[in-house]
Ligand binder design. Structure first.
Ligand SMILES: Nc1c(C(=O)O)ncn1[C@@H]1O[C@H](COP(=O)(O)O)[C@@H](O)[C@H]1O
Length: 180
């Protein structure tokens, strides 16, 4: 809900603690784009919660939610929004947790507005900005940050990166076989 919030927790981490990552987006219309973040976190067994909350439309509710993140054990926030995307910056202004912003395409400027709003934060209030609609990369970046203090997650990331090499080597082998 853009005016309120709908929260859910997911992921399959073996940890019995609460979610480690919070995913927030400005409108339910962003759900599909942002769903790749949750799917990626789940693939790595990282627990997360997901909520739709707008800085523009529900600033007090957003502030209340952000204010409780750290005490609930959240380490990183992934925030996605389109149009005049205040949400990631607003979240960053209210917490010292790292915030990863996902610009979302659409509207008259098709995401250029959102990209600039999220990337061009004033000094002192960073939002790590990924590419347009690239909530997968937001999740990978969140996992890389978490992996700094989580060797098991680091191993999963190394395996994940190896898969790129393996796919490239396989396709090279296919080309060589076709030539032979
Ligand atoms: N950028 C923001 C904020 C915000 O920054 O607080 N709240 C909603 N929105 C964006 O407005 C677009 C259209 O929203 P609706 O579809 O609800 O009209 C969405 O992409 C949302 O992220």
């Amino acid at each position: 809900m853009s005016q309120g919030k709908s929260s859910q927790s997911n992921g399959s981490s073996s940890s019995s603690a609460g979610p480690r990552v919070a995913i927030v987006y400005g409108s339910p219309s962003d759900t599909q784009t942002m769903s790749k973040a949750g799917a990626t976190l789940e693939r790595f067994g990282v627990t997360y919660e997901e909520v739709s909350l707008s800085a523009h439309r529900a600033p007090r509710t957003l502030a209340e939610w952000v204010g409780q993140l750290r005490e609930r054990g959240i380490s990183i926030v992934i925030a996605g929004a389109g149009l005049a995307a205040a949400l990631p910056g607003a979240v960053a202004s209210m917490t010292t947790l790292p915030v990863i912003g996902v610009p979302i395409s659409g509207g008259a400027l098709d995401g250029m507005d959102s990209m600039l709003a999220i990337a061009q934060m004033p000094p002192g209030v960073p939002v790590a900005t990924v590419g347009l609609n690239n909530s997968t990369n937001a999740a990978i970046l969140a996992i890389q940050i978490l992996a700094l203090g989580d060797p098991d997650l680091g191993l999963k990331l190394a395996t994940f990166k190896d898969e790129f090499e393996q796919a490239a080597a396989d396709s090279l082998a296919d080309v060589a076989a076709a030539r032979a």
